[in-house]
Design a protein around this ligand. Structure first.
Ligand code: GRF
Length: 203
């Protein structure tokens, strides 16, 4: 059974969606550890309630390399195969990315490369795009930049607010994150340049 390490900073709804899929058996993996840089993160409390290993590693006052080393050590202690960022509000160092080559995923609430960074839903709304969505991608040392694994489109409605749009995007996030994890864990992809391609037998 492949082992997931989840990194989060807040609400943790993407983590919960993954945990539900694991619990129902539709995602054949185990959640080895949930790590947060914020001890008060709701996601951490939810992980504890679910009986999962939940570890707080506060980042305050530590430089990036030192902090990342602590997180790498915990992930290795927990024998993690794949790292899933789920609302983890920190940029990872190049050495973190090197420690888990093609083994770190992130979810972002826009169709990248549009609207990277914070408040992606607000950025999309204010820009006036008609379609936005979400993206699961491999993580490199740049912000919201690595090769794209899966995307889902979400059309905007005239009456949308940041809240209503975010809620519709979140539903798609919860769906495609587990799908992307399944694909990566089954090793049924190859990467050419920036293009992540699904091997024919898994299409
Ligand atoms: C999600 O919108 C995700 O795309 C972004 O941060 C948010 C985290 O939400 N990276 P949650 O903590 O998973 O509920």
């Amino acid at each position: 059974m492949k082992r997931l390490g989840i990194l989060l900073s807040g609400r943790g709804s993407n983590f919960e969606a993954i945990a539900d899929q694991v619990a129902s058996g539709s995602l054949k993996a185990a959640i080895a550890v949930v790590i947060s840089n914020r001890s008060e993160a709701r996601g951490l409390a939810v992980a504890r309630e679910r009986g999962l290993k939940a570890v707080s590693i506060p980042s305050k006052g530590l430089d990036r390399e030192v902090y990342d080393r602590l997180v790498i050590e915990e992930l290795n202690r927990s024998a993690v195969d794949l790292v899933c960022l789920a609302g983890f509000m920190r940029l990872l160092s190049a050495s973190f990315v090197r420690a888990f080559p093609q083994r770190v995923l992130n979810i972002h609430p826009s169709l990248l490369p549009a609207f990277p960074g914070l408040d992606a839903q607000k950025q999309a709304l204010e820009h006036g795009v008609k379609i936005t969505g979400c993206t699961v991608h491999f993580v490199d040392e740049y912000l919201d930049a690595g090769p794209i694994i899966l995307q889902a489109a979400v059309p905007l409605k005239d009456g949308d607010t940041v809240e209503s749009l975010s809620a519709r995007i979140l539903q798609e996030e919860h769906r495609i994150y587990s799908e992307a994890i399944r694909m990566v864990l089954s090793d049924s992809f190859r990467i050419e340049g920036r293009r992540v391609m699904v091997e024919p037998q898994h299409r």
